[in-house]
Design a binder for this molecule. Sequence first.
Ligand code: HEC
Length: 149
Amino acid sequence: MSKLLKVLLIGAPLLMAAPALVHAHGDGAPSPIDTTGLESLGDTDREKNPYEGNPKAIEIGASGYNKNCARCHGLDAKSGGMAPDLRELEKSEATDTYFLTRVRGGAQRDGRYRMPPFGEILSQEAIWAIRTYIESEAQKDPALAAKVN
Ligand code: HEC
């Protein structure tokens, strides 16, 4: 078999698979999250995370976090320094409310977004699921868990 033919035979399926792979891992572009399986919350905002400790919320939140937040706030919610380490946010009702507001509004400085607003992209359910996931990651780190609980 010619070398070129081999390259084509091996390379073509890989190339065709590539977009699917990229998609599966999330390309970092803001994307909505399917929250099927979580209690629907309706139009009224909760002040406190209704899914605290809920395993399904942790699972959905992990995927939502990885698609939308990890590129700035770091893998496994461990910040690499580009953006605040979200595991350090205190576990309290005030911080829950703050979290919802911040994620929806994003962060602007000098007229430029340092964090995009997610209010149009993520449902209340999705944002609480992400909060639940981040808390579960904080609990895996004994030093942090002691600090934020
Ligand atoms: C493009 C990068 C970027 C993305 C994507 C991003 N953030 Fe941020 N985020 C930042 C930066 C930068 C700050 C700090 C902004 C400031 O100094 O006001 C921040 C701040 C925050 C804060 C406030 C933290 C604090 O300590 O007060 C929260 C909460 C937050 N982000 C949550 C999220 C969540 C949840 C997602 C995903 C849905 C997300 N961010 C996606 C860059 C990003």
